[in-house]
Design a protein around this ligand. Structure first.
Ligand code: ADP
Ligand code: UDP
Length: 236
């Protein structure tokens, strides 16, 4: 499978068309951004790590009954995925208070939530990804009620699976962001990525941050943290 034309260059990935109209190739970059692009940098090796970690987790989620866009890993940085029309929502699931939730609601970072909390943000760079609820989503026709039921069901399933799986490698899953899309026949599947860029992973013993917060908050050894996650998951 070959890349034909670059369709989109985002902050973390490039998306290419292929000879197959139902397939794209995504190419993961080492570029890192935070605060909606206001902070920029490079994390050496990040593209390859996120590609491999995301593909590994998605392949396991498929077996758990969550359909994903994963088709085939081509090489370190590139993967063939099913083309979808992205539902323009960041679907966030939280198990422990952190980041924007702690700021907004005054719940100290690290406070365990009694049950998972789902949040939706409308994907829009000019608007800074504002939080929306099901009523906004319905009124703006971002997704149908039926699609939202499927999305929430899959989001909680991803959460349940990832909590247990990460626990097994000594990592607490604090929160994460996922995206869904519609295939050409309208089926909702998990798309985009699941990686240290899009999850908060804390070492279960030391509570060290093994994720993009090291970059956002200038905690140092960002590369080391990404490598540590890959090593625990893939053994290298
Ligand atoms: P951003 O757009 O936020 O800068 P990326 O750099 O990760 O993010 O760009 C990847 C883009 O590709 C995102 O807009 C994402 O929604 C989109 N995308 C992810 N998976 C698919 C897919 N299977 N089909 C179509 N678009 C996808
Ligand atoms: N997240 C993400 N992309 C975004 C915003 C958030 O992947 O554009 C992830 C982030 O890594 C964290 C979770 O979603 O795992 C919740 O992030 P939060 O709302 O606390 O935002 P932040 O503190 O990153 O501003």
């Amino acid at each position: 499978m070959e890349k034909v034309k670059m369709l989109y260059e985002g902050k973390a990935k490039k998306v290419y068309s292929t000879e197959d109209e139902n397939l794209y190739i995504v190419s993961y970059k080492d570029d890192a951004t935070a605060f909606n692009g206001k902070k920029k940098g490079t994390i050496e090796g990040k593209g390859a790590i996120n590609n491999r970690v995301s593909n590994y987790l998605m392949s396991l989620l498929e077996k758990e009954g969550v359909p994903t866009h994963l088709v085939k890993e081509l090489n370190d940085r590139e993967t063939v995925v099913k083309k979808v029309e992205i539902v323009p929502l960041e679907v966030i699931v939280r198990n422990v208070a952190a980041g924007s939730l702690s700021k907004r609601l005054g719940i100290p970072e690290g406070t365990k939530l009694p049950f998972p909390v789902i949040e939706y943000c409308y994907k829009s760079d000019p608007l800074d990804d504002p939080m929306v609820n099901e009523y906004h989503i319905r009124a703006m026709e971002i997704a149908t009620d039926e699609e939202m039921k499927t999305i929430a069901k899959y989001a909680l399933k991803v959460n349940e699976f990832l909590i247990g799986f990460m626990k097994g490698v000594g990592i607490d899953l604090i929160d994460f962001k996922i995206e869904f899309g519609r295939t050409s026949d309208g089926t909702i599947i998990l798309a985009d990525e699941i990686s240290p860029d899009t999850c908060r992973f804390w070492d279960a013993k030391t509570h060290d941050h093994l994720d993009k917060d090291r970059f956002r908050r200038d905690l140092g050894d960002v590369e080391g943290a990404y490598h540590e996650v890959m090593k625990r998951l893939l053994g290298e």
